[in-house]
Design a protein around this ligand. Structure first.
Ligand SMILES: *[C@@H]1O[C@H](CO)[C@@H](O)[C@H](O)[C@H]1NC(C)=O
Ligand SMILES: *[C@@H]1O[C@H](CO)[C@@H](O)[C@H](O)[C@H]1NC(C)=O
Ligand SMILES: *[C@@H]1O[C@H](CO)[C@@H](O)[C@H](O)[C@H]1NC(C)=O
Ligand SMILES: *[C@@H]1O[C@H](CO)[C@@H](O)[C@H](O)[C@H]1NC(C)=O
Ligand SMILES: *[C@@H]1O[C@H](CO)[C@@H](O)[C@H](O)[C@H]1NC(C)=O
Length: 686
């Protein structure tokens, strides 16, 4: 539910993945107390300033409607309520501005001044039952609810009259609380659900959407305490394949177009795009709530972020997240207690404390974190008492960052690659490494401009770091960027860079289970810049200018092909066993309704390509030029049983597993040319 739009700027975000080695899947049952929202009210004080409050047990939460978030939690005494007002049943406000709190058969009046309530005596109302469930003052009217019944206050008789029942309103019986909400709406709360009344009733909605974070509402978190069973899809793997022990994950990003604008996608969208690490700069005073900041700007509330992560974790039971509240923290004395409380009440059963609790200080594998449902890793500055008491807090010293003071002189960001390489070489032994693209902006170069220039190096930076990490069976863990991703689907986006890093990590860390497998490759004659890579039933559309896969499609009837080439008629011919089919290069649809059997064919091919006007067929250890004799592949510098061959712009490429060979115009043999995965194609099959 969005009640209004607020500007969301600020904060850091990066995503990443933790390299997780080890786990003690100790599993905790939730033991803490839970809260029910027992009453709620909106009140104008004598200065016309209105506040929104929720009451539960001995506590109140003050709500900030503008920030759409909890602002403050405290004991009811702080609000001016007497001790005997704990566990109130229902509250409403009278036309004289007094707040009325119902308890048992009694009604207590309070007046609000300067945000503080003062007791003004007891009162009675004719026509009401004892112990009502909830009450509301809304649009000049007062309604009180108990069971399935409702009563309305009448100005003329100054008493309550029975009104239409709750089911007739479209609401459930036995409400917990009701409240005027913003200028035009009312909400009705029961357990972890609420309904909205504008002109009509809508709902139920989840109380998560109210952004109350300091209370753990009864019944809202059972899913957090359950161990996970069954098969796992791969954490963070958008390809939705089963992969049990993979070790790595993603990252995200951050803030501010030149000076202040939103980050381009919401936290939830970032999570859906594969971000698994959020880097959050917190403050308190500036936002009026536990919020996020970028220097002078105030962004989204932390509560709102936590609620979105909760929702994501609930909907994606096999995902693991890392939340970094870093040293860019303002108002620590207020932030730390509020943050600790909100994290515990919202996520406690899932906060992973195994690293510190085990004493071995080793990171669990992702699978272990998922199985134990300890799926949230939290980093905080290690402030003494809180850090010592809460073993789920990890300090930043666990990891190294490649950050250094860095400006993009004359608009050229390329230096960041060698700089990242050096830093990763030096820090390669650290448990976790963050690859950082946080350049220093000055007034001449706004963040947006820096981003524009640096974005294209995301892939290269990660690869530059990767070589040092792979050497010790580790990986770059986080890619931290400092700007909004305007097009999350662009090949240069952080999402794309970390996605391909994870693909490489999968291959690297799960050798034996995950292989690079390209079935066939062919250029697209209708598109100058593109080639197609066939992997199982998927076709990866590759852009040569972007140097990466830009799209993934399926072609009906096409899967597990052996070879592909451009035939004389400009169509793409696919071969599978002794059958072939043609594909329209521009529509990427098959031109025939079924595969046809080829004449004089006795066994399947490995690969095919057109080169220098001749058609080459690769099979086992030989290559045959159509109509000519075979030649040993070794004489061309190639291994036997290649996977795919591609001719693009006069250059011939041959792929086998994660290796590529190249032969340029005028050369008689092929020479090794790096790794298939460095083409940024998702060609890993597990
Ligand atoms: C409200 O607070 C202000 C400043 O804190 C004070 O000057 C004022 O007298 C207070 N008003 C009342 C009615 O207490
Ligand atoms: C009852 O009194 C309130 C406050 O004076 C007023 O706003 C409201 O319109 C009245 N309602 C009716 C039904 O007269
Ligand atoms: C950026 O700098 C690198 C190395 O200093 C250089 O090779 C490259 O050509 C420069 N790029 C541009 C667009 O100036
Ligand atoms: C191939 O597809 C294009 C675009 O959809 C279409 O215009 C063209 O007629 C098709 N060619 C054949 C031979 O079907
Ligand atoms: C492969 O080529 C060699 C050398 O030209 C030839 O002797 C052999 O018969 C070929 N093998 C096959 C299976 O075609």
């Amino acid at each position: 539910m969005r009640l209004s739009t607020i500007t969301r700027q600020t904060f850091g975000i990066a995503a990443m993945l933790v390299l997780l080695h080890f786990a003690h899947p100790a599993f905790s049952k939730r033991t803490g107390r839970c809260n029910t929202i027992e009453a709620a009210f909106t009140l104008q004080d004598s200065d016309g300033v209105s506040g929104t409050y929720f009451l539960s047990g001995r506590e109140y939460i003050e709500y900030n409607l503008y920030r759409e978030s909890e602002a403050k939690v405290g004991p009811i005494g702080e609000l001016g309520l007497r001790r005997n007002m704990r566990h109130p049943k229902a509250t409403f406000t009278l036309s004289d501005g007094h707040l009325v709190i119902a308890k048992g058969c009694r009604y207590y009046r309070y007046a609000m001044t300067n945000g503080t309530l003062t007791f003004r005596g007891r009162t009675t109302f004719d026509g009401l039952p004892c112990s009502p469930d909830a009450a509301i003052s809304w649009k000049g009217e007062i309604s009180v609810f108990k069971g399935c019944n409702a009563w309305k206050f009448s100005n003329t008789t100054q008493s309550f009259q029975q009104d239409v029942s709750l089911p007739e309103w479209g609401l459930p019986c036995d409400l917990d609380a009701a409240l005027q909400w913003g200028a035009r709406e009312a909400i009705f709360i029961k357990g972890t659900n609420f309904w909205k009344l504008d002109n009509e009733i809508s709902g139920p909605f989840h109380t998560d959407d109210l952004n109350l974070c300091s209370w753990y509402l009864c019944g809202e978190a059972d899913w957090m305490t359950q161990r996970q069973r069954g098969r796992f899809s791969c954490n963070g793997d958008r390809r939705e394949r089963e992969r049990e022990r993979e070790r790595e994950r993603y990252f995200g990003h951050v803030f501010i177009n030149c000076w202040a604008s939103n980050y381009a996608t919401s936290i939830m969208e970032q999570l859906k795009l594969g971000i698994r690490y959020l880097d959050i700069d917190t403050n308190y005073k500036r936002c009026g709530v536990l919020g996020t900041h970028h220097n002078i700007f105030c962004g989204e509330s932390v509560c709102h972020i936590i609620k979105q992560t909760r929702k994501f974790l609930r909907e994606n039971p096999h995902e693991v997240l890392t939340l970094m509240f870093n040293h860019e923290m303002q108002d620590e004395e207020l932030v730390i207690p509020a943050l600790t409380r909100q994290l515990k009440s919202q996520l406690e059963p899932m906060l992973n404390n195994n690293v510190r609790k085990s004493g071995e200080q080793r990171w669990p594998k992702l699978r272990q974190a998922v199985r134990a449902n300890k799926r949230v890793f939290v980093f905080f500055p290690p402030f003494s008492a809180v850090y010592l008491r809460n073993k789920w807090i990890h300090a930043e010293f666990w990891y190294a960052s490649t950050w250094k003071e860095f400006t993009v002189e004359d608009g050229n960001c390329s230096a960041i690659v060698s700089h990242t390489e050096q830093k990763c070489r030096r820090s390669h032994e650290k448990e976790l490494i963050e690859v950082s693209v946080v350049a220093t902006a000055n007034i001449w170069s706004c963040v947006k401009g820096l981003a524009q220039e640096c974005r294209q190096f995301h892939h290269d930076m990660l690869r530059a770091c990767e070589q040092h990490r792979y050497r010790q069976n580790n990986s770059p863990n986080v890619l931290l960027v400092d700007y909004p991703e305007e097009d999350p689907h662009s090949p240069s986006s952080v999402f794309s860079a970390v996605f391909h890093q994870n693909i490489r990590n999968l291959h690297r860390h799960r050798q034996g289970t995950c292989q690079v497998r390209i079935d066939a490759a062919v250029r697209r004659p209708s598109e100058e810049d593109e080639s197609l890579f066939f992997v199982g039933s998927k076709v990866k559309v590759f852009s040569h200018s972007n140097k990466m896969q830009i799209r993934e499609i399926r072609i009906p009837r096409v899967s597990s092909v052996d070879a592909a080439y451009v035939s004389d008629d400009g169509h793409i011919t696919l071969i599978k066993g002794c059958k072939s089919i043609k594909v329209n290069s521009s529509s990427l649809q098959t031109l025939e309704s079924d595969w046809t059997t080829m004449p004089s064919c006795d066994s399947s091919l490995d690969a095919a390509e057109y080169w220098n006007d001749e058609l080459y067929f690769f099979k086992d250890c030989n290559v045959t030029i159509e109509g000519q004799t075979s030649q040993r592949l070794s004489t061309l510098g190639l291994p036997c049983a290649v996977d795919a061959a591609l001719n693009f712009a006069g250059v011939a490429y041959v792929f086998k597993d994660n290796r590529v060979w190249v032969r340029r115009e005028g050369e008689t043999t092929f020479s090794p040319d790096g790794h298939t995965l460095d083409w940024s194609i998702d060609a890993v099959v597990c």
